[in-house]
Write a protein that binds this ligand. Sequence first.
Ligand SMILES: [Cu+2]
Length: 287
Amino acid sequence: MKKTLNFWKISSYVSAFLTVALTAVPAFATLGQPEPGGIGLQAGASPMKEKMAYFHDSLLLPIIVGITLFVFALLLIVIVRFNSKSNPVPSKTTHNTLLEVVWTLIPVLILVVIVVPSMKMLYYVDKTTEAEMTLKAIGSQWYWSYEYPDNGGISFTSNLVQDKDLKPGQPRLLATDNPVVLPIDTNIKILTTATDVIHSWAIPAFGVKLDAVPGRLNETWVRIDKEGEFYGQCSQLCGQGHAYMPIEIHAVSKQAFAEWVHKQGGKMPGDAAAAPVQSKNKKTGEK
Ligand SMILES: [Cu+2]
């Protein structure tokens, strides 16, 4: 009797600890970057990340916690009830058809329950049929360069800001000298490739992580639904400087994006027709 009491006491402590540990997501979640002591997923800023967070928090985590507690309880029962002292003459039972069918079928059913939303999400993040613009990210040892093929071919290189050059508010090892600027509420096709070894372009808040492979063009997409600064890192071990090629994205309104594009000497799809006429007129005017 005493031993059974201990068992329930221990398992209630363990489940209380797990509940606290797993639900202790800080209320002041910083958008777009990791935070000290954070254990949950980064706050999302895109529909894909919202779906991933829901998939993880509402389906995978409860299943994992349930299985872990169940196996833990079985182990405790074995330790307490079937040790050589409390059970000196062990039973020689082997094989139980019903039990074997059950412990094969239940895991299969759990996997079937997981695979349906999992595949749905995989196809959702795969590509968009209605891309409004394209961002191409090219990984090199050890920096990223970017191209905006739909915006007059703007291109630049983005390097890590060294510790000594950090301005107030810039996160260490995440800030870059040339942030990527992207509009919110826009379907953005993302293409990645690399010039030397395999890198990976990853922004946790967007739910995007895509390998950048030399000689190949990989595709995914994002639709950012919040303005802000978002940070990510190369997520494929690519050599000595792997930790020093961060990604910094400034998500701005569509209007602010158009202004930025014009400032960079690029053009928006809307003014593509007007721009060449103007330059032609200029040339004839000079003659
Ligand atoms: Cu890399």
